[in-house]
Write a new protein. Structure first.
Ligand code: GLC
Length: 575
């Protein structure tokens, strides 16, 4: 199934160091490009559709790379585009070295990586090591060959409990709802062993105690590093190692425990040996190739374990993503995040949205406390105002920040998708993540007045999820050049962030006195200082102007008595 690079004229493997904006000397001065990189997540299904079939693809992304360069991001993380039956939108990989035909070919991936590097953008690809697709050759052979097949050792096959093995081997539940086990049929058709899948039944978990699994992933890492990628986002990085004996959990509300406790299937200490071995491979390559952990752990302190100096480079800060628009809570999570990363000398990361959660413009449009999967549109005007303010706050913090495609357009979640168009497997398994992830995966509006708004080449053409009619007014084309647009706010913020020596990498902030509900902090550099003020209240607040205003998410009024920070707004100041 693996595709080969058939183009004999293909020049030698590219070095992964983009020439344009980040020189090696600059990187070294900052301690590594990834210490303050702004990384833009592309969800390939929904970014840009080059061939008009309604599904985004690699040629579509490639054609839009100049947009990302102009936006001012440093790197692009691509969600999976590998050969996959798409039972979980590509997070069910059937061949880790092949591009799914729906997204293009390996040559398209090669061209995309090269073009990105020419534009000064780095490329991070998604690696899915916790589970494969049930269509992966190993799993298919394991089923075909039946009990005793050595390939069964590469997954977790177990006999069932009960008189006839009719009960699952333990009480673990799938993140997507229902039991984490599915029973197989033996080659003669009789009911056989069960296999473990922490996610959908089409996603069997690998057995990382089996050396063939570890060998295979080291080889996959090298394959993509040789292709020139600058790093990997590691899916479910906390899940690879399971507690010996796969012990029962003894609880039937396991999802509620996630994130509060170390589980027998999540955040086991054994995962760290894997990342130490991967780090050695990453370090063999020139240009600081990185690993980023998607690790849902009970605390930021435990997340820090994944980014110790001999492990991965970054980990997502989901505690920050889960924090509401509230000054006290934000200050606390910012402090804890910075404090936790300091001892391991890893950059703190910040993220507000991704392909698994309700977009922050919609989260902030709703009352607090609803979590990260929300079904109601809420107050859109309020949500957007807060989202813009939250973005400026995030981009002012020390470390690296993640932007999810479309947030720069202020896109809300689509909360009213009809059931018949939904594709998220968790929707069909009901419980789990609530099944509302399709709402943040709706294709991007680029231009024009008719759907798919430039997502595909043909007006009136298809898109795999329908876009709301009002998205015509949110397109890149409409927002470009409008100084009040969210897109121009992001462009300005990223340009200022690049230009301000006090922004970007760092390990701490100095909190300044501020009225209740207002966050104010200072960051210093030899060339000049910077202050960020964020008013999280629903009322304007008057404060003494901290310096010269650089940027604001809403129009701040400067008066003789000071500056009036509008409700739910953030401003940046040069001091
Ligand atoms: C990660 C991905 C999510 C996927 C899951 C299973 O959490 O971000 O989209 O469903 O892993 O691979």
């Amino acid at each position: 199934m693996t595709q080969n690079l058939a183009d004999a004229s293909r020049p030698a493997v590219p070095a992964a160091v983009p020439a344009a904006r980040t020189t090696a000397a600059n990187d070294a001065a900052r301690g590594g490009w990834w210490r303050d990189a702004v990384i833009y997540q592309v969800y390939p299904r929904s970014f840009a559709d080059g061939n008009g079939d309604g599904m985004g693809d690699l040629p579509g992304i490639r054609a839009r790379l100049p947009y990302l360069r102009d936006l001012g991001v440093d790197a692009v993380w691509l969600s999976p585009f590998y050969a996959s039956p798409q039972a979980d939108a590509g997070y069910d990989v059937a061949d880790y070295r092949a591009v799914d035909p729906m997204f293009g070919t390996l040559l398209d991936a090669d061209a995309l990586i090269r073009d990105a590097h020419d534009l000064g953008l780095r490329i991070i690809v998604d690696l899915v090591p916790n589970h494969s697709s049930d269509q992966h050759e190993w799993f298919q052979r394991a089923l075909r060959e039946g009990p005793g097949s050595p390939l069964r050792e590469r997954y977790h096959f177990r006999p069932g409990k009960g008189e006839d093995g009719e009960l699952p081997p333990n009480d673990w539940e799938s993140i997507f709802g229902g039991p984490a086990w599915t029973r197989t049929a033996d080659p003669d058709g009789t009911p056989g062993d069960w296999y473990l899948h922490l996610f959908a039944p089409e996603q069997p978990d690998f057995n990382w105690d089996n050396p063939a699994v570890a060998d295979e992933f080291r080889s996959i890492l090298r394959f993509w590093l040789d292709m020139g990628v600058d790093g990997f986002r590691i899916d479910v990085a906390h899940g690879l190692v399971k507690a010996p004996g796969l012990p029962d959990l003894g609880s039937h509300d396991q999802l509620k425990l996630l994130g509060n406790d170390v589980m027998p299937f999540f955040d086991q200490d054994g995962v760290h040996a894997i990342y130490r071995s991967w780090r050695q491979i990453l370090d063999e390559y020139p240009g600081a190739r990185i690993g980023v952990a998607e690790a849902w752990t009970p605390t930021v302190q435990r997340t820090a374990n994944y980014v110790r100096p001999d492990e991965l480079h970054q980990a997502f800060n989901f505690q920050y993503l889960g924090t509401g628009w509230d000054a006290d809570a934000l200050r606390e999570v910012i402090d804890v995040s910075l404090d936790s990363m300091r001892p391991v000398q890893a950059p703190t990361t910040w993220v507000l949205s991704n392909h698994d959660v309700t977009r922050h413009a919609t989260r902030f449009a709703n009352p607090p406390g609803l979590g990260t999967q929300i079904r109601t549109a809420g107050d859109r005007v309020l949500g957007l105002r807060r989202a813009r303010a939250a973005t400026l706050l995030m981009l002012a913090l020390p470390g690296s920040a993640y932007i999810y495609q479309g947030e720069e357009l202020g896109l809300p979640d689509v909360t009213d998708l009809p059931d018949e168009v939904r594709q998220d497997p968790s929707f069909f398994r009901q419980a789990g993540q609530d099944g509302f992830r399709d709402g943040c995966r709706v294709p991007i509006p680029w231009s024009g007045t008719e759907a798919p708004y430039g997502f595909g080449p043909n007006p009136g053409g298809p898109s795999w999820l329908p876009q709301p009619a009002e998205w015509a007014g949110l397109s890149v084309e409409v927002q470009t050049g409008d100084p009040t647009s969210t897109l121009e706010l992001y462009r300005s913020a990223l340009a200022v962030r690049r230009a301000q020596p006090a922004l970007g990498a760092g390990t701490g902030v100095e909190w300044l006195p501020a009225p209740a509900g207002v966050l104010a902090f200072r960051r210093d550099a030899a060339e000049g200082s910077f202050v960020c003020t964020a008013n999280t209240t629903g009322e304007p607040v008057l404060i003494p102007a901290p310096g010269r205003m650089l940027l604001s998410s809403a129009e701040a009024v400067e008066t003789e008595n000071g500056v009036e920070l509008p409700a739910d707004s953030t401003a940046w100041w040069a001091v």
